[in-house]
Write a protein of this length. Structure first.
Length: 762
């Protein structure tokens, strides 16, 4: 499609021509493809009869219905499995057929079909036909046992990758069909098409709201049939035609028009939480009953369970990040961690967080019975299931798809698995593959009207895997971001749009500096009090160069930590030698002259310039230089930390470093002379002390930026001067912090007793 065709199509569809260009770059290179993408229609779904095994499965289920056979639905415990079972259960119920449902317990039964569970089901139910939902494609021995020993007839419906041997039964799995069929349905999508085969298109449409939630939740590509299902399902949810349980859950956790973002980050996690924390069977009634009292209790339980799940997830994430401080990122292409006491209900979520943060495939394992159970997540472009399959000889069980996997392994084989898994990936990928790229679709300077752009972007929804949101890059300089009420979020409002950054309060001073920064954000159209506007949510920003003097506040803040520890003195030349590798070494500079001088030396030696990723969504420990780092947390993943400016105190760097990290200092203390200009005299220190005391009497403060801004409204005090005064007051023991700042009135001391004050003064 040439530029003239794209411009004509832009006019016909009334959307920005830049969006047309992006769609063409994503493979929608004809007018028909673009139209079908922007306006999904159920009429464009893949013909169900083209799928291998589909007609035989439908015929067998119809025979069971006609002959009055008892049916048992065996699902998975995640959102996709719950939704798939609910779709089939509701359909059978609507035609007067009773079906029993079973969702395994994640902790006691494990993933997929198990012999123990089958034996319990055979004792409790006298079912003729067992239909698996979202599982079973690798359960070859279990299916054989169910048929030959327990007397079940079995149909496997699944969407995961199949092994070399298939279960000996009827199967409907889109992945077993040819390229002419849509092969990436989720488990509930498979169940939806089965309903279509049994009852027709009109019957299938009744369950689009359930299938939509599962399609987004299971992170299958939101293209083709999945996009059609998700689009139609979201339309049903937003038109209030969804079933009562979904409406009640949505009302409890989301506002306004529901998008794929709401499903992925608010609705699906709550549905998943019950299976993660215990037994998923309790969530089935969310989709299968209209009883208000029962639904109110289910929604309440889901929200409470999700709260517990969030806390568990955060705790485990912190534990894993701490463990990774001594990880060998230079030689390991993948992250594989294990601990016998982790909660197996949240290891998948945490693996996803770590994979995103470090840009590497990640597998976390924990003990379940006599084996270790693992859950893995991958990064774009790396098929994790392929490499797990190649390690099958070391595993007792495994399954999954391109971006996620599950496995079971004996404890004695974990180290062998780590070694082989890493070796296989490294043989196919250069380590440069794991360096995160700052990709974007469109430079904001090319956008003529953000509102019109936002209106066009709505046509691209639902966005997600396979159809990512359009990412914008915008070069900003000094921008004033304001705190949103008492949260840690900040926003900057311009005439035609606003920029929002979650947890961005700690970066507000840096954003206000004149240093050039590249912001990467997604754009959405919002409505508030009948006013429509475009909002950009900043994912991360970076500053590859520093053109002006940054503030010294982050350097001064090191003085808040007492104690002396020796750093290894090192020459500038030896410091350069440490940075030869792609990973493991970071340099920290606080003075602009130190920063620029070291960049020049490094470039002269290695031929390229170190970058200063100030704020990034990634934690990859690439060799780089930090200028006035706002947070030192990322330093914990380096083997070598080189301080180019001599710190006031050393303790803080020892705290953030890993156990095996080495701390070096080049020994430049010229920065102390520059900071001396901010050193308050006795009168100024008294003035700042009284201002702090007054502010703390008015309300609580837990970070120094908030405290400064509250005072700066009344007093003309510079940020560096204020921070240095606060550090001196803390050094004297007058200003203290636990969960919040407070003044200790019992402390009586003199200014000369501050080690920091004496150090800077002379």
């Amino acid at each position: 499609m040439n530029k003239e065709d794209m411009q004509m199509l832009s006019r016909q569809l009334s959307i920005d021509k830049k969006l047309i260009e992006i769609l063409v770059s994503r493979g929608y290179d004809t007018q028909d493809k673009i139209y079908d993408f922007l306006y999904p229609s159920l009429d464009k779904l893949t013909d169900i009869h083209c799928y291998n095994g589909f007609d035989a499965v439908i015929a067998r289920i119809k025979r069971a219905v006609d002959e009055g056979e008892s049916i048992l639905l065996y699902g998975d415990y995640d959102c996709d499995g719950v939704c798939g079972v609910s779709i089939l259960y509701n359909y059978f119920k609507s035609i007067g057929v009773h079906a029993d449902c079973f969702l395994p317990n994640r902790h006691s039964d494990g993933y997929g079909i198990s012999v123990d569970a089958l034996e319990r089901l055979a004792e409790n139910y006298y079912s003729d036909l067992l239909i698996s939902v979202d599982c079973g494609i690798t359960s070859v021995e279990e299916v054989q046992y169910a048929r030959e020993t327990l007397g079940f007839d079995v149909i496997v419906t699944d969407h995961h990758e199949a092994g070399d041997t298939l279960p000996d039964c009827l199967i409907f799995n889109p992945k077993l069909s040819g390229e002419n069929c849509f092969r990436d349905l989720c488990g509930a999508g498979v169940a939806l098409r089965i309903v279509e085969g049994l009852g027709g298109r009109e019957e299938m449409e009744k369950y689009l709201d359930i299938a939509c939630i599962a399609t987004v939740a299971d992170v299958v590509p939101l293209v083709g049939d999945n996009r059609i299902i998700a689009h139609a399902g979201l339309k049903k949810i937003n038109s209030l035609q969804a079933r009562r349980g979904i409406k009640m859950l949505v009302k409890s956790c989301a506002d306004g028009e529901i998008t794929s973002f709401d499903i992925g980050f608010k609705i699906a996690p709550r549905i998943n939480s019950l299976g993660r924390m215990g037994d998923a069977n309790g969530v089935l009634d969310l989709f299968c009953t209209d009883d208000n009292f029962l639904l109110e209790n289910i929604v309440k339980e889901l929200n409470e369970s999700n709260t517990k799940r969030v806390q568990l997830t955060n705790d485990l994430t912190e534990a894993c990040f701490e463990q990774l401080k001594d990880y060998d990122f230079e030689n390991n292409a993948a992250i594989i961690l294990s601990n016998a006491y982790w909660d197996d209900g949240v290891i998948g979520i945490v693996a996803s967080r770590i994979a995103d943060a470090f840009n590497r495939p990640t597998i976390l394992m924990t003990r379940c019975g006599d084996v270790y159970k693992g859950s893995g997540r991958s990064v774009k472009g790396l098929n994790i299931h392929k490499y797990v399959t190649e390690c099958a000889g070391l595993l007792t069980k495994f399954g999954g798809h391109t971006m996620a996997c599950g496995l079971s392994i004996k404890e004695q084989d974990i180290e062998k698995f780590k070694e082989k898994f890493n070796s296989l990936i490294k043989s196919d990928f250069d380590m440069k593959f794991f360096v995160p790229s700052k990709s974007y679709d469109l430079d904001a300077c090319e956008v003529e009207n953000f509102y019109e752009m936002g209106r066009g972007l709505k046509l691209l929804e639902p966005c997600g895997e396979g159809n990512p949101r359009i990412r914008f890059k915008e070069r900003i300089y000094a921008k004033e971001f304001k705190q949103i009420t008492t949260t840690s979020h900040v926003v900057c409002k311009d005439e035609d749009r606003e920029l929002l950054m979650f947890n961005g309060l700690k970066y507000r001073e840096f954003l206000a500096e004149n240093t050039p920064k590249d912001c990467y954000y997604s754009l959405t159209l919002l409505s508030f009090r009948d006013k429509n506007y475009a909002q950009g949510k900043i994912n991360y920003f970076s500053a590859d160069s520093v053109d002006g003097q940054g503030d010294y506040s982050s350097f001064i803040m090191t003085g808040l930590f007492s104690g002396e520890e020796q750093l290894t003195s090192i020459s500038a030349e030896d410091a350069l030698l440490l940075g030869e590798g792609k990973y493991t070494t970071c340099y920290v500079a606080y003075d602009i002259d130190t920063y620029k001088d070291f960049l020049r030396r490094y470039n002269d030696k290695y031929g390229y310039i170190l970058t200063d990723n100030r704020v990034s969504s990634h934690t990859v420990p690439l060799t780089k230089i930090f200028f006035c780092p706002i947070s030192l947390k990322e330093l914990g993943y380096y083997k070598n930390i080189v301080l180019l400016d001599k710190p006031l105190q050393n303790k803080i760097f020892s705290r953030v470093a890993g156990k095996n990290a080495k701390l070096y200092c080049v020994g430049n203390d010229g920065i102390i002379k520059k900071i001396r200009a901010y050193l308050p005299d006795y009168q100024t220190l008294s003035k700042i002390f009284l201002a702090i005391k007054f502010a703390l009497n008015e309300r609580d403060f837990s970070n120094i930026s908030d405290l400064y801004y509250a005072i700066a409204k009344r007093e003309k005090i510079g940020y560096n001067e204020f921070v240095l005064a606060a550090v001196v007051l803390a050094d004297l023991g007058i200003l203290k912090i636990a969960s919040k700042f407070y003044i200790d009135p019992s402390v009586k001391t003199k200014l000369a007793e501050s080690k920091i004050y004496r150090l800077i003064e002379g």
